[in-house]
Design a protein. Structure first.
Length: 401
């Protein structure tokens, strides 16, 4: 393997993000291939026994087993580090593998975690149900309220966990303010950045310590593979995250790493275009529904923070109609936009969170998160926005709006 300039940070760190997304992290085999190779190998062979022993001791460079290292995964990890401004990264089989392994590697029985209450459904289950089973105390707060984070801190608080913008309610958390509060109390600050992607928001720049991704969303962005990523300091990744992940094995398959690696080449183009489309759709729908939330519109209660923290308003729009029957009728009247619970895809997708993604979250918690029976989440894709608006216009007309 040749370490091309793609792995020389004295060169790559000076590149702009769109260049990093195309070239960062590239390694080349002796064939000099232009496109990154897929290394579907579980293990590695050694020239002699001494070499094997040295690699296992960590005294010689080189890989030993794909649960621990793989060249295709390494290319993706390095590219993600460059896009995020992180020292180190590990890619995982899914976003939830990233979230659960990161938090469980960091926390032990007797520790306390504070989390923003507006979280992806499975993240909420992790915080409310799974971590407490292992003796980890958890508190959820209204993440928009910076004071609430300060009040929830205890002497044993070792982690803050937040998502911004949140799924599906589009609540924002002031990352810089909350990170300061976390650090004052000795907590490590974890941010689930799946909704924004590194194109729109880089939490480490605002003081967060660990950034977590579902790469299933904007990073693949074409509805093909599940993937996740954990990014942070080299010390945290090596000493804390890998101390668990090396032995529990949440690693991404090299094939899926390759798919995401290729997708990153167009991440900047795709996310920016989808944001433009989402903005156009949000403007067209505003006033046609009971309520509409889009961080890029001045009507969003945290619009100022969105503009401070994000490069654009994002790709997701939340709309509210009267109730579940009306929400389902609107979905059923769509002809172009798919009814689907995925997001961050090149296809526009709409879902009814209360009966799908957040159905396993108890109703009281759904209420707290602003997920009403009439809420719909629209993930805007790359189709012509005029076609999307026409489809929505027709569906809204069919329910009498
Ligand atoms: C989808 C998603 C996850 C979970 O990721 P998977 O790849 O589905 O495991 C976590 N957080 C957010 C915000 C998500 O949108």
């Amino acid at each position: 393997m040749k370490r091309t300039t793609g792995h020389d940070r004295s060169v790559t760190a000076t590149w702009r993000p769109a260049t990093q997304a195309v070239r960062g992290g590239t390694l080349r085999s002796e064939f000099g291939e232009t496109s990154e190779a897929i290394f579907l190998t579980s293990g590695y062979a050694y020239d002699n026994a001494g070499e094997a022993a040295a690699r296992f001791r960590g005294d010689a460079p080189g890989m030993t087993y794909s649960r621990l290292q793989n060249p295709t995964n390494l290319m993706l990890e390095e590219r993600l580090c460059l896009l995020e401004g992180a020292e180190a990264a590990r890619v995982t089989a899914t976003g939830m593998a990233a979230m659960s392994t990161a938090l469980m590697s960091h926390l032990s029985a007797g520790d306390h975690l504070v989390a923003g209450r507006a979280l992806f459904g499975s993240c909420r289950v992790l915080v409310d149900t799974i971590l407490p089973r292992f003796g980890i105390e958890t508190t959820t707060v209204d993440g928009r309220d910076t004071e609430a984070w300060a009040k929830a801190r205890r002497p044993n608080t070792r982690a803050f966990f937040l998502e911004t913008p949140s799924n599906p309610g589009l609540d924002l958390v002031d990352i810089a303010a909350v990170a300061d509060l976390g650090h004052d109390g000795g907590a490590t600050v974890f941010v689930d950045n799946a909704f924004a992607s590194p194109v729109l928001q880089r939490p480490l720049d605002f003081g967060a310590d660990v950034v977590l991704y579902s790469a299933t969303k904007h990073m693949d962005g074409q509805g093909r593979v599940l993937a996740g990523a954990v990014l942070g300091s080299a010390a945290w990744i090596n000493d804390t995250y890998l101390a668990m992940a090396r032995h529990t094995g949440p690693v991404l398959s090299a094939f899926n790493a390759w798919v995401v690696l290729k997708s990153l080449e167009t991440l900047d183009l795709r996310v920016r275009r989808a944001c433009d489309n989402a903005f156009a759709v949000a403007r067209a729908l505003d006033g046609r529904v009971d309520r509409l939330l889009y961080p890029g519109l001045p009507s969003h209660p945290q619009h100022d923070l969105a503009m401070r923290q994000m490069a654009a308003g994002g790709t997701i729009v939340a709309l509210f109609v009267a109730d579940r029957a009306e929400a389902h009728a609107l979905l059923d009247a769509l002809a172009l936009i798919d009814i689907s619970n995925n997001l961050g895809d090149s296809r526009s997708l709409m879902t009814h969170p209360a009966s799908t993604t957040h159905a396993s979250v108890v109703e009281a918690v759904r209420d707290e998160m602003g997920i009403t029976e009439g809420m719909l989440r629209l993930s805007v894709g790359l189709e012509d926005p005029a076609d999307l608006i026409a489809d929505l216009d027709h569906a809204l007309g069919s329910i009498g709006r």
